[in-house]
Write a protein that binds this ligand. Structure first.
Ligand code: HEC
Length: 259
């Protein structure tokens, strides 16, 4: 009898344990998806600036035709190719939290380029500090302000150039993990954490790697100055340069609604 009781007790503990874990993972998976898409939209924003770098830096040309509207159109195409997902600026007012977050980011991205038109169209000036990292940082600031409490988006690195991109403890931990050979290249990582006021947030990081185009500023010779006046870090192609870091509030209103 006692044996039977212990046995059913064990089964009960086991089943409850599993279902609790399953409920938890479903929520976390949704948040991971949302955070991953936000990070990937930021990657698309960075990529379109990189693709148009020569045009932006052209000292001969005045009006570049690189307006916020054109930029956002290209970002949307890039994002669609990468994820298969359509995103629109009008999603800013969507009731679906994922769409709303992505739509907001798209609107912020457009604003940054619209606000930079005077600089971009300056004739006689080559390097204008309109580069992926700076545009990304400014877009992140806007996004954080518009989305408010619990949300944040930033670019970070162990060898950060801008103190604003300094990694916190969790970011530094994940960046080190991304550098390990055992980490699957390109894979992001996230987890739910409880912050000091007791509320929960989902933190996520997507690694960013050194590509050939990055080397003229971040590559060799280490210690030399690049075109932006910063010291080159001596990175090699394929190394982890940093990550896109995303935080979203963990709440039921934030979960993907269309499962
Ligand atoms: C024209 C020079 C230049 C090129 C090319 C360049 N970067 Fe940067 N990068 C910078 C500067 C300048 C900063 C600091 C930006 C700021 O003020 O936030 C920076 C910052 C960053 C950061 C944020 C962390 C930090 O150091 O503050 C990341 C991540 C980054 N770059 C990745 C890349 C990647 C990946 C590439 C290639 C795809 C690349 N960069 C190409 C100049 C460059």
């Amino acid at each position: 009898m006692l044996r039977k009781l212990i046995f059913s007790g064990l089964i009960l503990v086991f089943t409850v344990g599993i279902s609790a874990a399953q409920v938890f993972t479903v929520d976390e998976k949704d948040l991971e998806k949302q955070a991953d898409l936000v990070a990937k939209l930021m990657v698309s924003c960075r990529a379109i600036i990189a693709e148009n770098q020569e045009l932006i830096n052209d000292p001969e040309k005045g009006d570049k035709g690189f307006t916020g509207e054109i930029y956002v159109r290209k970002v949307k195409e890039h994002f669609k190719n990468a994820t298969g997902i359509d995103v629109f600026e009008s999603d800013v007012s969507s009731s679906d939290p994922v769409k709303k977050t992505l739509g907001t980011l798209l609107c912020c991205a457009r604003e940054v380029i619209d606000e930079s038109q005077k600089v971009i169209n300056m004739k006689g000036k080559g390097f204008k500090k309109i580069i992926p990292a700076v545009v990304g940082r400014r877009t992140g600031y806007k996004f954080n302000k518009v989305m408010g409490n619990g949300y944040y988006l930033k670019q970070t690195s162990m060898k950060y150039r801008n103190p604003a991109n300094h990694p916190d403890i969790l970011e530094a931990k994940y960046l080190k993990e991304f550098e390990e050979t055992s980490h699957q290249k390109g894979k992001g990582k996230g987890k739910v954490i409880i912050i000091s006021d007791g509320s929960k947030v989902y933190r996520y990081m997507l690694p960013v790697y050194v590509e050939p185009a990055c080397l003229k500023c971040h590559g060799e010779p280490k210690g030399e100055r690049d075109i932006s006046g910063h010291i080159k870090e001596g990175y090699k192609e394929g190394e982890v340069r940093g990550a896109i870091s995303v935080m979203i509030p963990y709440s039921s209103t934030n979960l993907v609604q269309s499962k």
